[in-house]
Ligand binder design. Structure first.
Ligand code: N2P
Length: 356
């Protein structure tokens, strides 16, 4: 199986769902009902190696329902409305704060995660979940700019081509209010977490002006568009852009992590408050932490792994790739999107105008 193999945006249900209760040994005990053998996972699109779920099903003799989303908002709405009955989800740092505030997550039992020890201490006990009571790091990355270098021939260091009228109709932006506003603030030379009215007014003006240049706001279709040559410049998640760039070396696609600084983020594994299958959820999280499994995922998705054991097994080319693991000088200029409390309403108001 090819290392770049990914489970993409599709609902995925293994044929193993048909397994009879009597034939099972790995998921629960003899008196368990068939629902004990189903794990429901809600993950970002293109965020797992395609062999990983079938292997887990095989190993645990269970079936996995695998659904995808492409924004924090989608995950938050689904969990808040009780939809999906999910057992494992993958919130970003921002979504973790929101889900915890609404009491939508279940505590994680560390005693069931033998592989937690493989995680790099620098990603543990994050501000949104001191002590990792509710979250286990999965991948981290940046927000970057993808370019068709056959169309954009200038040297690009930062976000500038996203606002260049020469690329009218060929630009895509993440459909993500906080990242879109933050990228615009950075382009204006302002702090990316600013909530100053004057800064936000400038950001809004530029976003509205930029709208006339855009082909689309999309958080999951930009890599196909870049790959096909329909889009020439995209604001995207670093790994997804790299997946497109690595798919076919003859397609002239480059990923620029702005040297001037950009947004950095961390996605975690978590268990929703109403998860029907907490036992299997823990087993799945622990499985994803196994170094060979984390390695396969890291190789496929092209994001940075917080799993040190897996990282040390990566091919040197990926381990040393500065688009995946930016150098300290760039990281020093990057920042997390902060929890802006009720000030987030100011960003939401801008976004409503821009997306109207
Ligand atoms: C995976 C995108 C995850 C990055 N395709 C956003 N947290």
């Amino acid at each position: 199986m090819n290392d770049c193999a990914l489970i993409s945006r599709r609902r995925w249900l293994c044929a193993a769902a048909a397994l009879s209760a009597t034939s099972l040994g790995g998921c629960g005990n003899r008196s368990s009902t068939s629902s004990d053998r189903v794990l429901r996972v809600f993950n970002w699109s293109d965020y797992i190696h395609e062999d990983v779920i079938p292997e887990f099903e095989q190993r645990r003799q269970c079936s996995v329902v695998y659904d995808n989303y492409s924004s924090d908002a989608e995950l938050e709405t689904r969990l808040a409305t009780g939809g999906g009955g999910y057992d494992v989800v993958f919130p970003s740092d921002r979504a973790m704060a929101a889900l915890l505030a609404k009491d939508l997550l279940s505590p994680i039992d560390m005693a069931r995660l033998a592989n937690f020890r493989h995680l790099d201490a620098k990603f543990l006990s994050p501000p949104f979940d001191r002590g990792n009571h509710y979250s286990v790091p999965y991948f981290w990355g940046t927000v970057a700019v993808g370019l068709r270098t056959d169309k954009v021939t200038d040297t690009v260091h930062s976000f500038e081509p996203l606002f260049d009228p020469r690329y009218r109709g060929r630009i895509t932006m993440l459909d993500d209010l906080e990242n879109a506003v933050a990228a615009v603030l950075l382009h204006l030379g302002l702090p990316l977490n600013s909530v100053e009215p004057g800064d936000l007014a400038q950001a809004q003006r530029l976003l509205l002006a930029q709208k006339a240049l855009l082909q689309a706001y999309t958080s999951d279709a930009y890599k196909e568009r870049l790959y096909a040559g329909d889009a020439w410049v995209s604001l995207g998640w670093s790994g997804d852009l790299l997946q497109a760039a690595r798919l076919e070396p003859r397609v002239p696609l480059r990923v620029v992590v702005p040297k001037t600084g950009t947004m950095i983020w961390l996605d975690s594994m978590a268990i929703p408050r109403r998860a029907p299958n907490v036992e299997l959820a823990h087993a799945f999280i622990d499985y994803l932490l196994e170094p060979p499994v984390a390695l396969r995922n890291a190789t496929a998705v092209q994001y940075a792994t917080p799993n040190v054991a897996a990282q040390s097994l990566l091919p040197a080319a990926q381990r040393e790739d500065e688009s995946v693991y930016p150098p300290a000088a760039t990281l020093d200029r990057c920042a997390w999107l902060e929890n802006r409390g009720t000030d987030i309403e100011k960003i939401e108001a801008i976004w409503r105008q821009v997306r109207a």
